[in-house]
Design a protein around this ligand. Structure first.
Ligand SMILES: Cc1cc2nc3c(=O)[nH]c(=O)nc-3n(C[C@H](O)[C@H](O)[C@H](O)COP(=O)(O)OP(=O)(O)OC[C@H]3O[C@@H](n4cnc5c(N)ncnc54)[C@H](O)[C@@H]3O)c2cc1C
Ligand code: FES
Length: 362
């Protein structure tokens, strides 16, 4: 089951761009549960009336950083239910339900590595990218990091002070370029605009020491930017897929989704008996393959299934197919290798056989 712990907010600071930078007080007995890998995220839970809202927030700091407990940054979105609550209502000393770290937006570091890491971040997408870069700087003394980070204006640059201090501390091993999209850049016109394939090409031309095909990339920002830039690196620049890592905050809204929906129309219309294993307990549900997803049906029946985004992005709802077959409508979280191993995102799954068994204890 997805476990949430009531944690007290021990630091609450407003950051640029109407965002809240939050740390939690984690009691000693829970500290092992909140040990994290760079680039992971926490899921926060809020119950307003009858509704159970869960939202994921990437960890900003890194395991080797001075605070070994996770910190998050929540950007206020106009009309966003949870981000507005966190930015307008919460404060120091408030208690919040928080789930332990999850996610796999990271690579393994080794002190003998001599690599180049390139962070491509926009807005609040800086959090997991920065976490990965900080850890690389601490763990790999011979590696170099580049951070190309786009914000609307200089005032909107989140964690600018922290980033500048890191660049100073690691003395040439972290090179930072701030891109500004809605203001003039006082240093160089190249640094005006957003991160796009064209801009990235211009940056590669300006920094020819970046070995484009050998570098490892961490990308996070608006979904469209992630999609275009990762496609550009993999397809045009022939960077191996394993070196292009990204974290979506929300699903991309593009033609590929439309194609997937066409595929969905073709799945058989059948009644299915689905068994779910959650914390070693078995639960059974019946559902029609064409109606709601397996996760939605389980939630309707008040089963203790884990979830957060419900959009195929965060991976919280993953399970292993033990029997039968399912159709997964969208997947922006599992790797190809995980899908091959039979892992699925249950918020996106519809049964395609009469009997299905899924194990959440993976
Ligand atoms: C793995 C993961 C990590 C994340 N990390 C962070 C993080 O570090 N910091 C952070 O601020 N957010 C992060 N998010 C996004 C976060 O979980 C919420 O989706 C976001 O705070 C909006 O929630 P809400 O309840 O305020 O908005 P909702 O009430 O769910 O949505 C309100 C409106 O905003 C739109 N919307 C929802 N999400 C986004 C988005 N990301 N960008 C633009 N429009 C959106 C919706 O389409 C809707 O119109 C992450 C998401 C995932 C899946
Ligand atoms: S709940 Fe986020 S991927 Fe399913």
């Amino acid at each position: 089951m997805q476990h949430f712990h009531l944690l007290k907010i021990s630091e609450y600071r407003k950051e640029a761009n109407d965002s809240a930078h939050i740390s939690f007080e984690i009691p000693e007995e829970l500290q092992h549960e909140f040990l994290f890998r760079q680039g992971q995220y926490l899921t926060l839970r809020f119950v307003f009336g009858e509704e159970d809202y869960r939202r994921s927030y990437s960890i900003v700091n890194a395991p080797s950083d001075k605070n070994p407990m996770p910190e998050i940054l929540v950007k206020h979105l106009e009309d966003g239910i949870v981000s507005t609550h966190i930015n307008r209502k919460l404060n120091l000393g408030d208690w919040v339900e928080v789930g332990p770290p999850q996610g796999h937006f990271y690579t393994n570091y080794h002190p003998t590595n001599e690599k180049i890491y390139v962070g491509l971040a926009a807005g609040s997408g800086i959090s997991p990218v920065l976490s990965n870069i900080i850890e690389a700087l601490y763990q790999e003394p011979k590696s170099t990091c580049y951070l190309f980070y786009s914000s609307r204006s200089f005032q909107d640059i989140i964690f600018r002070e922290k980033i500048d201090l890191l660049a100073e501390k690691f003395n040439g091993r972290l090179k930072v370029v701030y891109l500004i999209s809605r203001e003039k850049h006082f240093e160089d016109e190249l640094f005006e605009g957003r991160i796009s394939p064209e801009k990235l090409q211009q940056l590669f031309d300006r920094f020819p020491e970046v070995p484009v095909q050998e570098a490892t990339y961490f990308i996070c920002g608006p979904s469209e930017m992630i999609k275009k830039v990762s496609d550009f690196l993999k397809k045009e620049k022939k960077v191996p897929s394993l070196q292009v890592m990204y974290e979506y905050y929300s699903p991309p809204d593009d033609e590929e989704n439309a194609e997937r929906s066409e595929e969905f129309k073709k799945i058989p219309n059948l009644e299915s008996f689905v068994t779910l294993i959650i914390d070693d307990d078995e639960y059974n549900i019946h559902l029609n393959s064409k109606k709601e997803s397996i996760l939605d049906k389980a939630l309707k029946e008040h089963l203790p299934v884990p979830f957060a985004c419900k959009g195929g992005v965060c991976c919280t709802c993953k399970a292993q197919v033990m029997e039968g077959e399912v159709f997964m409508e969208k997947n922006f979280a599992l790797t190809d290798a995980e899908v091959e191993r039979g892992l699925v995102l249950t918020c996106q799954c519809h049964p395609t056989t009469n009997i299905v068994m899924l194990n959440y204890d993976v």
